[in-house]
Design a protein around this ligand. Sequence first.
Ligand code: SF4
Length: 248
Amino acid sequence: MNYASIKYPDIQDGTGIRIAIYVSGCHFHCPYCHNKETWDKNYGKPFTEETIEYIINKFAENEDYTEGLSLLGGEPLELYNQPGLYELTTKFKERFPTKDIWCWTGYDFDRDVLPKMYKENEITRKLLSNIDIIVDGQFVQDKKMIDLIARGSYNQKKIDVKESIKTGQTVYLQFGDENRFEGLNKKPKVIFVKEFSKENPEEYRMVPTKNIVSEIIQNGEEYTPFKTNEKIEKISADNIIKNAKIEK
Ligand code: SF4
């Protein structure tokens, strides 16, 4: 097994401050994947005993305020990555039993992992026994939102692995920001600002600010990113940019 990088401190992949490892190899090849270099299983450096030792020691340096370990990729649940990650997660849990482990996978937990991989592979059973939270599902560009918690597109789900294994059914958890696309009570605002054309300074288009925020000083029109008809539809910032009109 190879890995692309180790990130510490990491504040994007899970709750709190974490240490994250990005493993190499992923067969999903999602369009618009941000980590294309990690598709090749030979990319990066070999994962060895020294790598495990480095992660454990790095974590121990700031154990009190570091919350856990995150496994990303590439695809951590490729079968060739599972033995190395099992060894890492076992040693991590032995040393830090109260800390949590999150894992991101392109597999659908309910369709691919629990009924198939978990049943068919002993190594998957062993690895999942060490993991607390899985964020599942491939990245989907049309469902991308730029400020989702711990995921790139809103189709991705958060799963309580231990409860799912115990009950034999996928147990979903909330990220805490679902109301942004599942409910209409709190509508976030996308604020548009003017972007002037380089060729013609008279021309400009209205583009959304990069972050969806609840309050901001406005310099343009306000846009509601939900259609309030029966079918709730979420519009990503990218689609908004694509459809933005040049106003004269
Ligand atoms: S599953 Fe993740 S790493 Fe693999 S192609 Fe999709 S986004 Fe990229």
